[in-house]
Design a protein around this ligand. Structure first.
Ligand SMILES: Nc1ncnc2c1ncn2[C@@H]1O[C@H](COP(=O)(O)OP(=O)(O)O)[C@@H](O)[C@H]1O
Ligand SMILES: [Mg+2]
Length: 483
């Protein structure tokens, strides 16, 4: 069965390593990027501030000189603004000098000169007596400083520095970390794949070996035992196989012994039965012979004795024939057989007694039964014996139910009747040879014994359950060929 790739060791290793790498790299990137960003921002602020403050000194001087008429108005301030805008180290996007009311005295864009700035950030710039840092938008750092000497103020120098290069550098860094993370994951997968070659491949080999080894097989030869944990596992598996094999042998030995004991017991029962079955009529025969020897009987009486002698000899003959029958057919001639046809054949043989006893036959046979490899004639004998017992138990009529189904590679057949049933104390003896409750001349007591022998030779089991006065059920289980 294919395993979900995420459930394999390989999959689990790869997944957990990837997650670990992503978490570690995200943490690391976050930390380094924010640190980097902070450092860069600080350096821009430092440089911007010192730039603005150094220009402010020149601007203040110029404005002071202008006021006292030492220099001409206008020209110098514009030069400073142009200088500021042309700085290469910082991206100055605007630079302006505002008078205390917010009016632009100089501006890098000529169109803005004379405009009055009254927005919130301009207000803050022109009123503060210190250098002010502001972020009017995400990508602009606004730095302003007063142009003043002591309490005398001429205006404010204000510049805007673009933060775009910084942001670009940061997103470049983020991308770099994403690429690193992906690279690490690829390396991790490659490493896990390599490792799985070293760890998982021998495990797979061992697992295949386990699958292919059947209980009782000799342990396969170890190629070259490894010196690691997998080697230990291999050795344990081989020890387990050895133990299983030993257990198997022990079980076989015990079973053989048990079988021998059972056989001896069966032979004992059989001998006792045969002795009884033959001794009884022999006694009768001897009795008749004794009377004949004495002589003096009427011809009618003699005729009666002769009849009794014939009956006795016939009984002995029947017993011996039955025994021979059983002894003669120990070999099975198996052929693929359809269960239904055996049942039909056996029922047709018993057509007369079934009708005579007014018995209703009901069949519940699964139509998907596979054909079974059995000895057809012997199996028919099994069914005839069981049906006959059922018919004989239903002298006043009843229902004979025949069912068959498959379960876990076994064919299960049940035959039940609504006859007089079996007394509880007789139930354990019904499979014994010569056990019968049917009286002289009617039953031989060999039917179920023979039946059990045939079923067991087919590798099956037979069980009988019964309730006195209600009926009897016989269940036969036969193994089905493995697919
Ligand atoms: N279906 C049945 N209903 C009642 N009794 C049964 C049934 N099958 C078997 N028996 C009992 O088991 C005994 C042994 O059966 P069997 O071995 O077939 O010998 P027999 O039929 O010659 O007596 C029967 O004598 C009977 O008492
Ligand atoms: Mg019988």
């Amino acid at each position: 069965m294919p395993i979900n790739p995420l459930r394999t060791l390989h999959g689990k290793f790869t997944l957990s390593l990837s997650i670990l790498i992503v978490i570690m790299m995200t943490g690391l990137s976050y930390w380094t990027i924010s640190r980097e960003k902070g450092l860069m921002e600080k350096s821009i602020i430092r440089e911007g501030k010192s730039l603005v403050e150094s220009f402010a000194i020149s601007c203040t001087n110029t404005m002071l000189y202008e006021e006292i008429g030492l220099v001409e108005e206008g020209g110098l301030l514009d030069n400073y603004i142009t200088d500021l805008i042309q700085r290469k180290d910082l991206h100055v996007v605007y630079a302006m000098i505002l008078d205390p009311k917010g009016k632009a005295l100089a501006h890098n864009s000529i169109m803005e000169v004379g405009n009055v700035y009254r927005d919130e950030s301009a207000e803050k710039s022109i009123t503060s007596w210190n250098t002010v840092l502001q972020y009017p938008s995400e990508s602009i750092l606004d730095i302003s400083t007063p142009l003043a000497i002591s309490t005398k103020r001429w205006g404010t120098l204000r510049i805007g520095i673009s933060l775009d290069p910084l942001n670009r550098e940061i997103s470049g860094l983020i991308w770099k970390y994403i690429v690193y993370t992906a690279g690490f994951i690829i390396i991790a997968i490659a490493m896990v794949t390599l490792l799985s070659g070293v760890i998982i491949k021998p495990l797979r080999l061992l697992s295949r070996e386990m699958d292919e080894t059947k209980p009782g097989d000799d342990p396969p030869q170890l190629p070259s035992p490894r010196q690691d944990e997998i080697g230990t596992l291999q050795k344990s598996f081989h020890r387990l196989l050895k133990r299983v094999k030993e257990d198997e042998r022990e079980k076989e030995r015990t079973q053989r012994n048990l079988l021998q004991t059972e056989k001896m017991a069966a032979v004992g029962k059989l001998t006792a039965g045969v002795a009884h079955e033959i001794n009884n009529p022999l006694g009768g025969l001897l009795n008749c012979i004794y009377h004949f020897k004495r002589g003096g009987q009427s011809p009618e009486r003699q005729q009666e004795y002769l009849q009794l002698m014939e009956d006795g000899i016939k009984r002995i003959q029947k017993t011996v024939t039955n025994l021979l029958e059983y002894a003669r057919t120990p070999r099975l001639e198996r052929s693929a057989t359809d269960f239904n046809s055996i049942v039909e054949k056996s029922l047709s043989l018993l057509d007369y007694p079934i009708r005579k006893n007014h018995i209703e036959v009901s069949k519940d046979i699964s139509c998907q039964l596979p054909s079974i490899e059995v000895d057809r004639n012997q199996m028919a004998q099994v069914f005839v014996n069981i049906f006959l017992n059922a018919i004989q138990a239903m002298e006043e009529g009843g229902v004979l139910k025949i069912g068959a189904r498959t379960l876990d590679e076994r064919l299960i057949m049940t035959i039940s009747d609504t006859g007089k049933g079996i007394r509880e104390d007789a139930l354990p003896k019904v499979f014994d040879p010569f056990f019968t409750t049917k009286g002289e001349g009617r039953g031989t007591g060999l039917g179920l014994w023979i039946t059990q022998g045939i079923v067991e030779r087919h590798g099956g089991t037979i069980q009988l359950s019964s309730q006195e006065g209600k009926g009897t059920t016989v269940e036969i289980q036969l193994p089905l060929p493995k697919k």
